[in-house]
Design a protein around this ligand. Structure first.
Ligand code: KG4
Ligand code: ZN
Length: 352
């Protein structure tokens, strides 16, 4: 079985062909960072136009590398939300066109489910598992019970963690994309020099909040003299930010583990996925938590954490197996929660 996957929901134009035996047969990823860098962040219209400009060529290249023609595919899958709607429309329209012309099933993939299932592609993880999904748009803890079957335990009340990384990078003048820049800057830094808050740490439940942490970084930076705002201070502040973020992730995840009890027949598995899961320091801190809690930690390889076409193709494989295909009238969804039954987050009474 082979599925073509198309990912165009943000600033990567990504396509891949993945097999039912978990092989990434071919993939192409075109990052748009150079297009967006002058603006200091992703500009939706610029992104949509760049997807449109490059997608057909990338698909042709991936198919060529896979040694397949469209008739050799079993399904075409595309991210159909959540994300920047202009880009999503480009990918979905392309996938529907290929499906219509070649008589193939079309599969509308929830981008978050792409991240959620990436550990099943990389490591063959079995359901159920606890999922920490940390990306530019989301920060959630969920129990993944099956394809299309997720129970949300916690989410962020304000910023996603990747968003906080990006904002910290911007205010420290580290540019875009922010996450990798903050991680690189933090490498030589002393996390103890600046005291930063750990929002939500120690509170019951599994919700997150990162906007207070980002504001504390801003105030600390702006409180330094002009001379003091040097590379050393930048490195120390990035290290302190990363340590604070990790403390919060570890605390919240340990609460979620308490809501995901062990059973006699299986070892508990914690999966971390999404772009922020590419961060080596955060992975190491989660590995330490997993060891202490005697759970198996699975973090897909970094290229499968940040946005990619393989996770969308794989979600297509999983859905096709279950007969979960979609009509060509499927309307893309700019908002699309993984757990539609999740209770609304109670903001009242919760202070970061
Ligand atoms: O999953 P992803 O590629 O796109 C979304 O679905 O949002 O995640 C992108 C986010 C960005 O906020 C980016 O700064 C962050 O992931 N990110 C990182 C790292 N690499 C990417 N954050 C921290 N450390 C990294 N190494
Ligand atoms: Zn993503």
């Amino acid at each position: 079985m082979f599925a073509l996957g198309i990912e165009t929901s943000c600033d990567e134009t990504a396509v891949a062909v993945v097999s039912g035996t978990r092989q990434i047969v071919a993939q192409r990823i075109l990052s748009q960072v150079d297009d967006h860098r002058p603006f200091g962040g992703v500009v939706p219209e610029v992104a949509a136009r760049a997807h449109l400009q490059h997608l057909d060529r990338l698909i042709a290249e991936a198919m060529d590398r896979a040694g397949l023609d469209f008739a050799g595919l079993d399904a075409v899958a595309a991210t159909a939300g959540p994300g920047l709607i202009g880009g999503v429309l480009v990918g979905v329209t392309m996938a529907k066109a290929i499906a219509a012309v070649h008589g193939l099933p079309f599969i509308a993939v929830n981008h978050l489910e792409g991240h959620a299932l990436s550990a099943r592609l990389s490591d063959g993880v079995e359901f159920p598992y606890l999922l920490l999904l940390v990306s530019g748009g989301h920060c959630q803890l969920l129990i993944a019970n099956g394809v299309g079957d997720y129970r949300r335990l916690g989410t962020t009340m304000d910023d996603a963690l990747g968003e906080a990384f990006d904002k910290v990078a911007k205010l420290l003048g580290l540019g875009y994309p922010g996450g990798p820049a903050v991680e690189a800057a933090a490498l030589g830094g002393d996390a103890r020099r600046f005291a930063l808050p750990r929002p939500m740490k120690g509170r019951s439940g599994c919700h997150f909040s990162f906007s207070g942490l980002k504001t504390a970084v801003k105030q600390t930076w702006e409180g330094l003299s002009e001379d003091g705002r040097d590379d050393r201070a930048r490195a120390d502040l990035c290290a302190a930010f990363q340590e604070a973020a990790a403390d919060v992730l570890v605390d919240r995840t340990s609460h979620a583990l308490a809501e995901f009890p062990a059973s006699a027949s299986r070892q508990r598995t914690l999966v971390v996925a999404g772009g922020v899961a590419a961060n080596s320091y955060l992975r190491a801190r989660l590995a330490a938590l997993a060891e202490a809690e005697k759970v198996r930690l699975v973090a897909p390889p970094q290229g499968l954490c940040t946005d990619n076409g393989a996770m969308i193709a794989w979600a297509g494989v999983e859905r096709l197996r279950l007969g979960l295909t979609d009509g060509l009238d499927f309307a893309p969804r700019p908002r699309w929660p993984l757990d539609p039954d999740a209770p609304a987050v109670a903001f009242a009474g919760i202070k970061a």
